[in-house]
Each structure stands twice: as structure tokens, then as C-alpha cells.
Design a protein around this ligand. Structure first.
Ligand SMILES: NC(=O)c1ccc[n+]([C@@H]2O[C@H](COP(=O)([O-])OP(=O)(O)OC[C@H]3O[C@@H](n4cnc5c(N)ncnc54)[C@H](OP(=O)(O)O)[C@@H]3O)[C@@H](O)[C@H]2O)c1
Length: 425
């Protein structure tokens, strides 16, 4: 039996549904065979009917439906053996991710996902990196808003920097027209699945240090000049900024480490920040983050966080997820400021003399740009393995896709990477 090109697992979830819409859009211009998988036949049928109606009356009744439950190993293998690539939207990945990766390795099926959970991602590299490579299977996590813009953005800067790139600071800015704020206050801007993943991720963040000691037993050499972290709250480009709370720092670090270990390439130092208009919002966000983070420490308070997401997220998280209006009108820009030396400069004895700025822009970060990046990552694994390193392994997006045409495809699909400044300092 021939395999489908891509099967979307967790298709009935909030993100999975958007991935299905994206598959319909993509399949109208690129011939691919694809299917959906989940644990309920009835939900899958309803999903296909609703998506078909939404995308303009497409008849999706012939789309293959596969029943698979994370708790049933055989059902996962039955699913993965019917696909060349699994696009996995079934999270929190800490709870549901590993059995799917194991089934993929057992049936020689590639795997991409939109996890933003560093412990999950790094623990999979540690536990299954060798087996995935031996099986010729690519497992690439964080193919969504976490962390394609920053990870591929740094790779894009590296590839275009005429000289040696030493460091990158990234500033994320999101905005929406005023008329959608009221809608956002009612429907929120984040679906519960992301909140649940965040709560478990924060609760287990203490595991990272031991995990990293095992994963990276040797330290990277100290490269100079060192990119110092800016103060927790600082002003930049007339906005208030604070450290970006996502997985991007850890993903970019792993990519850069991979290049250093496999190609002896000087690693780029990286720090990510998020920008806000007002100091009051910035302080409120920090207080909320500290409070939520503390509350993830105990079972009883975790339960409260999970039971009352809206209350503890200041209205941002809802069970229904954001409205279409809010999603389609949330715009984002990552400004990646790179510094380094121009070609031939004396890197030992002179300071960086060159800078380059890249902007990565898109719409609907959580559920639009994310599924575009996910589906094009899946397509890249499907079609461009000859440009990917080795024959498999648990890799970051940057390590996996550096030499592929992923950025070109994203540029053509509303997630754009552009050099906006290239000058001497
Ligand atoms: N990196 C990014 O930028 C980004 C953006 C968006 C989302 N995400 C991540 O994507 C994940 C999903 O988020 P979401 O909001 O879409 O969550 P969601 O709506 O709750 O979807 C979860 C999916 O998992 C399925 N599922 C749960 N338990 C299962 C089991 N035992 N067997 C099979 N399927 C099972 C659910 O199926 P049922 O419908 O049957 O319950 C549903 O399809 C989260 O981890 C989130 O953090 C990441």
C-alpha cells in the first residue's frame, strides 16, 4: 500500500484544524496526498465537512481518515505506517508527544511538530536521536511560530552576512488594528492547548539543566565579544522590551551548536526579546509571568491554572480560542539585529564593524503562520531530503532546513524574511 505524503495528527484540535485548512490551500497549487488522524471518527468527519465548507465548498469526503490514540501504541504505528511525514498537532507534547515519535521511528516515518516545549524537544533528541538517525527518520520539532522565525531568521542572517556574524538580538513586535481589541478581550488570543503546554513546560523547567548536561557534556568555547543579556526591562526603538518567554533561545542555541560540532562553524550568540508599547503593560506581563510561573510549582495551584485559564492569563487564554477576526488581524514582526565583522577584518583584535538587520513578518502568529511553517516544513522533508543533513536524526529547524528552499516557500506564503539594513557600524 502506498503511503500518503502527509498525515495531520491531532487534526481535530484548534491548531490541527488550521493545519487542515492549510493542507487544502496548499494542495490546490501543489499536488500532495494527505490525510487526517485523530481518536474520534465522528470528530474527523465533522472536521472535514466544516473545513470543506469554510474553504469554499471543497468536497473533502475522500480525504483519508485514520483513527489513532496516543494511549494505543498499535494504533499509532498503524497511522504512521500510512504516511511519509506526520505533521503532529497533538499537544501538550510532554503528555502526548513521545509515543508518536517512537511509532514514527519504528515505521520509518518522518515527523514534524509545533512544540514549543524545550524539555520535550531536548529529551527527544537525547532519547531518540541515535535511533532516528539509524532508521533514516527526520524528527524536527518547533516548526511553528516557535521557532521558525527566529531559528531560520538567524540562519538567513548567517547565510547573507558578508563576513562573520557574532551575535543576533531579536525583538518581537505584535500589533492589531484598534477595532479588534474588544473582540480580543472577549475571545482571547491564545487557545487553551498552548496554555496547557505552557503550564506543564514551566512546571518541569527545572529538568532542563540535568538534561542539557547529558545532551551537551562539553561546553562551547567562549566567543568574544560576549553578547550580554539586556536588563529585564529595557527600552529599544522607543518600545518597552523584556526577554522573550518562548523556546527560541534554546532552539537557536541547539542549531548553532550543531553547526559548530558538524561544520566547525563559529556559533552565533543569540538573545530574544518581546517589545511592548507601554511600560504599564510590560510590568503587568512580568508580574503575571512571575505569578503563573510560581503557581506551576505545586499540584493544587497547577490545577487552578488549568481550570481557570482566562483568569490567570489576564483574559488572553480561552477554551474556544481567538476569533477569526482577531487571528487574521494579528500581525507580527521579528527584527533580528545581527553584528559581526566584515570580510577580512581582524576578529581577534577589533570590535565588530558591521551590522545587518533582517525582518521576519507574518499574520496570525499562533494559528496562521504556525501552520504555514508546519506544512511547508513537512513538504520540505518530503521533497528535499537530498539537501538535508545526513539521513535522519532529531534536529532543529535550522539544522534540518538550512540548505533547503523552506525560506523561499515561506516568503511566497505570507511569512517573509527580508534584509532591511546592511551597513558598516
Ligand atoms: N509553536 C507554536 O507556535 C504553536 C502554536 C499553536 C499551538 N502550538 C501547540 O500545539 C499543541 C496543540 O494546541 P491546540 O491549541 O491545538 O490544542 P487542542 O485544541 O487541545 O488539540 C489537541 C489535539 O490533541 C488530540 N488528543 C488529545 N489526547 C489525545 C489522545 N490520547 N490520542 C489522540 N489524540 C489526542 C485532541 O483530540 P480530540 O479532539 O479528540 O480531543 C486534539 O486534536 C499545543 O502543544 C500547543 O502548544 C504551538
Amino acid at each position: 500500500m502506498s503511503r500518503l505524503d502527509i498525515v495531520i495528527f491531532g487534526a481535530t484540535g484548534f491548531t490541527g484544524r488550521k493545519a487542515v485548512e492549510e493542507a487544502v490551500r496548499i494542495s490546490k497549487k501543489t499536488p500532495i496526498s494527505w490525510g487526517v488522524a485523530g481518536r474520534s471518527q465522528q470528530k474527523l468527519e465533522q472536521l472535514l465537512a466544516e473545513v470543506g465548507a469554510k474553504t469554499g465548498g471543497d468536497d473533502l469526503s475522500k480525504v483519508k481518515m485514520i483513527i489513532a490514540d496516543v494511549k494505543d501504541e498499535q494504533s499509532l504505528k498503524d497511522m504512521t505506517s500510512q504516511a511519509k511525514v506526520i505533521a503532529n498537532c497533538c499537544g501538550p507534547y510532554r503528555l502526548y508527544g513521545e509515543p508518536v515519535i517512537k511509532a514514527c521511528i519504528a515505521t520509518k516515518t518522518h515527523h514534524v511538530d509545533v512544540s514549543g516545549e524545550p524539555q520535550f524537544i531536548e529529551s527527544q533528541q537525547l532519547a531518540h536521536g541515535a535511533a532516528a538517525a539509524a532508521a533514516g527518520v527526520y524528527v524536527v520539532s518547533a516548526c511553528g511560530f516557535d521557532s521558525i522565525p527566529n531559528d531560520m531568521g538567524v540562519v538567513f542572517l548567517q547565510q547573507n552576512f558578508p563576513g562573520t556574524l557574532n551575535s543576533v538580538e531579536s525583538y518581537l513586535w505584535t500589533h492589531m488594528p484598534d477595532q479588534y481589541y474588544k473582540e480580543m478581550m472577549t475571545g482571547g488570543c491564545i487557545h487553551y492547548g498552548t496554555w496547557e503546554s505552557l503550564v506543564y513546560s514551566l512546571a518541569h523547567s527545572g529538568e532542563l539543566s540535568a538534561l542539557r548536561k547529558q545532551l551537551f557534556p562539553t561546553k562551547l568555547p567562549a566567543f568574544k565579544p560576549r553578547l550580554e543579556a539586556r536588563s529585564r526591562v529595557h527600552k529599544h526603538d522607543s518600545k518597552w522590551c523584556l526577554p522573550f518567554p518562548g523556546a527560541d533561545n534554546s532552539i537557536v542555541y541547539r542549531t548553532q551548536r550543531y553547526f559548530y560540532e558538524t561544520k566547525q562553524q563559529r556559533p552565533v550568540q543569540f538573545k530574544a526579546y518581546i517589545s511592548m508599547n507601554s511600560l504599564a503593560t510590560t510590568i503587568l506581563l512580568i508580574l503575571n509571568a512571575v505569578f503563573v510561573s510560581a503557581m506551576t510549582s505545586w499540584g493544587w495551584s497547577r490545577k487552578l491554572l488549568l481550570n481557570y485559564p482566562r483568569l490567570f492569563s489576564m483574559g488572553m487564554v480561552t477554551h474556544d480560542g481567538p476569533t477569526e477576526g482577531v487571528m487574521d488581524n494579528t500581525f507580527f514582526t521579528f527584527t533580528l539585529r545581527g553584528e559581526g565583522w566584515s570580510e577580512g577584518a581582524d576578529m581577534e583584535n577589533t570590535k565588530p564593524d558591521k551590522h545587518m538587520v533582517v525582518k521576519v513578518k507574518g499574520v496570525n502568529p499562533g494559528y496562521g503562520a504556525t501552520v504555514t511553517a508546519l506544512m511547508y516544513s513537512a513538504l520540505t522533508v518530503l521533497k528535499e531530503q537530498d539537501k538535508m543533513p545526513g539521513t535522519g536524526g532529531v534536529l532543529t529547524t535550522g539544522a534540518a532546513f538550512k540548505d533547503t528552499s523552506l525560506i523561499k516557500h515561506l516568503n511566497e506564503n505570507n511569512l517573509t524574511f527580508e534584509i532591511v539594513c546592511d551597513s558598516k557600524k
